[in-house]
Design a protein around this ligand. Structure first.
Ligand code: SF4
Length: 356
């Protein structure tokens, strides 16, 4: 899609939430040419909404996949620690600002803007932490925060006259009244639903991701995409771990079929409806373990359970397909994700809380 703006003055970090929308609008309204930059990963982002944002809000949005860098950061442990769940908010913001700066330079813009509001979030939007974030990201000289600008020291883009400080806002704190009033002033009737969509802040998702983060080997962005799908099961035999994802519905089943890569095995019932399951690296699993996975897959088919006999479970690896006779059975060998309490305790032990 052709951008609406050919040479933007300023790039806005755009999550798709109300704060970043108002940030873009505040700048557009003072005549600046604005380009939005939207990062996405297995944990956050809605890259498919790009056309909607353009049609509904008149915003030009560039989308960028930051999933691999995030997977690496989670694996190493963020240098500023985690929030309450698995959310590395301070490192996340630093990383996104660095990436946005690279994009800003590539399109010849002069400044960056973010929708942060002082005091809105307990940690990453504390004023002192906001300063650390901007400094570590190397954007202290080019970053403006239009929603809370009136309450912050004038930024360089304001001091240089690129951005008119008198036309920015003075919003702070956790309330949303200031944002809603501004949206009404701009005639925005389609209010985005609260961003809150970061999966790393959700306990259930933390349980899905933890086995991936603690098993030997480097999880990739695609691994985290897979962890977002279906029911998750893990098994261990000595040092080796076996990861099985079982679809809960048609959408999961299709997602799992698409997520299969070379070396994976897809399992599904040959003669009756039932789930699709994906065994990561299943082409290399010992046959006994694959049979246990087939039994678990059959156990998730009500028809197979009602039949009370061995079901025919196809195991597809690449172009090869074979059939196993598997009694529907919830095999104890495969376990569901760990409890959140366990994740929380282990996370604190491996990555002790950091002070900023
Ligand atoms: S909630 Fe998620 S997306 Fe937002 S700053 Fe924290 S880690 Fe990043």
């Amino acid at each position: 899609m052709k951008p609406l703006t050919t040479s933007p003055d300023i790039v806005v970090l755009f999550s798709g939430g109300l704060d970043s929308l108002l940030t873009a609008k505040l700048l557009q309204r003072q005549g600046l040419s604005v380009r939005c930059w939207h990062a996405f990963s297995p944990f956050f982002g809605k890259p498919r909404a790009r056309d909607f944002w353009r049609a509904t809000y008149g915003l030009d949005v560039h989308t960028e996949d930051v999933g691999e860098a995030f997977a690496a950061m989670l694996r190493q442990g963020p240098s500023h620690g985690f929030g309450k769940v698995l959310n590395p908010c301070v490192d996340c913001k630093i990383h996104l600002l660095r990436r946005a700066k690279i994009y800003m330079e590539s399109v010849g813009a002069q400044a960056l803007a973010s929708g942060e509001v002082p005091g809105q979030r307990p940690m990453s939007q504390r004023r002192d932490v906001m300063r650390v974030i901007a400094r570590e990201a190397g954007v202290a000289d080019i970053l403006v925060r239009p929603l809370g600008a009136g309450l912050l020291e004038p930024s360089m883009p304001e001091r240089k006259g690129l951005v008119d400080r008198s036309r920015l806002a003075s919003i702070s704190g956790r309330g949303r009244a200031g944002q809603f009033a501004l949206a009404a002033r701009f005639g925005i009737t389609e209010i985005p639903t609260p961003a809150g969509g970061c999966r790393l802040t959700d306990r259930e998702n933390a349980r899905r991701y933890w086995p991936l983060l603690t098993r030997p080997g480097e999880p990739t962005s695609a691994d985290f995409d897979l962890a977002n799908l279906g029911r998750q099961f893990w098994a261990r035999d000595g040092e080796t771990r076996f990861w099985l994802c079982v679809g809960r519905n048609k959408e999961d089943n299709e997602g799992l079929a698409q997520a299969a890569k070379s070396g994976d095995a897809l399992l599904f019932l040959r003669d009756m409806p039932g789930p699709t399951a994906l065994a990561r690296d299943g082409a290399h699993w010992p046959s006994g373990i694959l049979l246990r996975a087939a039994k678990l897959t059959a156990f998730r088919s009500p028809r197979a359970v009602a039949g009370g006999e061995a079901a025919a479970v196809c195991v597809k690896t690449g172009e090869k397909e074979r059939t196993l006779a598997a009694e529907p059975e919830h095999v104890v060998f495969f376990e569901g994700p760990p409890s959140f309490d366990l994740v929380h305790d282990e996370r604190r032990r491996r990555f002790p809380p950091q002070n900023l």
